[in-house]
Design a protein around this ligand. Sequence first.
Ligand code: G3P
Ligand code: MG
Length: 253
Amino acid sequence: MVVVTPWPYPTWIAHRGAGRLAPENTLAAFRAGAALGWRAFECDVKLSADGVPFLLHDDTLERTTDAAGSAGNLNWADLARLDAGGWHGRLYAGEPPCSLDAIAAFCLRNGHLLNLELKPVPGDEERTGQVVAQAVRQRWGEAVRDGLSAWPLLSSFEPRALAAAREAVPELPRALLLDRLAPDCFDIAERLDCVAVILEESLVHADLVRTLHHDGLRVLAYTVNDAGRADLLLDLGLDGLITDAVDTFVPGP
Ligand code: G3P
Ligand code: MG
């Protein structure tokens, strides 16, 4: 018998906060998405040198901040002083990087759900999985117990980060991210007790979705920015679509 885990997340999820409207992975992006009615957000989380979880996509700082070098080399106090908005446009100059604590407070206050992608700097996979999972339990635990929120869905391309998260806080839902279909990729998802896989959208086809659903896995796709492709994927029964096109799609249920 296939046991399908209850699924509290909306179908549509805004990518990197709503990182096309405003600088990705900042509070400004979440606010911009929320103003358009987005309820669920994906964002990327990694650790500062002193172990504080914060939002950033790249391994290095230069693309999305006014600093350079490895994102894992600075302590949070120094990261928090950077400009993570000016690269996007003058309107957002001075927007600071966002800690997981700040985004937890924002989501819990406003009823938003999160897909938290563990995006460790290379070599920091286990510590990132462990520390983020413990932070999630601490920040969301009471609201989840009181029925006021669902846990964030923890996802990663890095099985070692997901394994460390499971070891630290087994009850958090996990999803394996896949940008290609290696022969053993779904065995890895099963071994990690994942509730879902999140596939690069061009990998998705009908037989695969049927098989994965039959095996009890939810199936999501990233990054779906084309309306025709979105319709097709929804027809295939996908459980979630992660999109940059937050000003094109109207977030439904
Ligand atoms: O989590 C889905 C998607 O965000 C994975 O790719 O590179 O945008 O983090 P990336
Ligand atoms: Mg991501």
